[in-house]
Design a protein around this ligand. Structure first.
Ligand code: 16G
Length: 251
């Protein structure tokens, strides 16, 4: 079945309730899922979808914009709308210290987070060592499932000294934005990347089967003064991320 036949309204538009743009969005989602609209295929132009369905162009645009926000459809200037790649791989440069929110914004993707844990805790031995905390001190922890374009990308567990993040509940979408507001955004970081087979908890959160390959990343970030500001352990979906490092010959 081609896209035009699939969008022909008799079968779906009149048979279910809800706003018309939602019904069109659902029909397109179904087409993507069933492979009628395969990865990288182009969608008919808005005008044509409006003609086929009898919907207004504004309604068609609204449905498509929702799918763009979800990351299911990408728009390319001058050439129209396309179904996204089967498993879009995102590249993160290993030479710039950026936040998850910045990385995704740079690609035009919307981010969201699900809070798994946040608060003030007694530190573990590892946190005491890495963050240089007094043994009887406290630590701020924030654990999040990070999503981009509606897809889960990483489980992130960040620990920070309490004077750097006094109120973990104050973090909204971006930790680095908040740290920037208080003048304690890290300026340098060391990252260790290793392969991991995702254990049940993180695999479930990331929407993959237990034991599937992922990337485990440990980031230790520093303030200008050289003090450790953040210790983060993250598990990324292996099929979603490429980390790219630029290498130069030393002069
Ligand atoms: C990145 C960092 C993480 C940092 C987060 C802040 C890696 C492996 N990790 O995900 O250490 O806490 O960005 O992002 O890159 P945010 O400002 O969007 O909360």
């Amino acid at each position: 079945m081609n896209a035009a036949a699939f969008l022909s309204p008799d079968e779906w538009l009149e048979t279910s309730g809800g706003p018309r743009y939602v019904r069109l969005r659902q029909r397109l989602e179904q087409g993507i899922e069933d492979g009628v609209l395969p990865p990288n295929s182009s969608l008919p132009p808005e005008r044509e979808i409006a003609d086929i369905t009898g919907l207004s162009r504004a309604t068609v645009r609204k449905a498509i914009q929702e799918l763009v926000k979800q990351g299911a459809i990408v728009q390319r200037q001058g050439s129209g709308s396309f179904v996204r790649d089967a498993a879009p791989r995102l590249e993160q440069s290993l030479s710039h210290l950026t936040s998850f929110t910045e990385d995704m914004r740079h690609r035009g993707m919307e981010t969201s987070s699900k809070w798994l844990e946040r608060g003030v805790f007694l530190p573990s031995t590892e946190e005491i060592e890495v963050l240089g905390l007094p043994a009887d001190g406290q630590v701020a922890r924030i654990c999040r499932l990070r999503e981009a374009g509606g897809r889960p990308m990483a489980v992130e567990r960040a620990s920070l000294p309490l004077d750097i993040l006094p109120n973990p509940l104050a973090v909204r979408e971006s930790l680095y934005d908040l740290l920037g507001e208080s003048g304690s955004r890290p300026v340098r970081a060391i990252q260790k990347i290793s392969a991991v087979n995702l254990a049940e908890e993180d695999a479930t959160l990331l929407g993959v089967a237990e034991g599937v390959a992922g990337l485990s990343i440990q980031r230790i970030s520093y303030l200008e003064s050289g003090r450790v500001a953040e210790f983060t352990r993250s598990n990324y979906r292996g099929d979603a991320y490429d980390f790219v490092a630029e290498l130069r010959l030393t002069p």
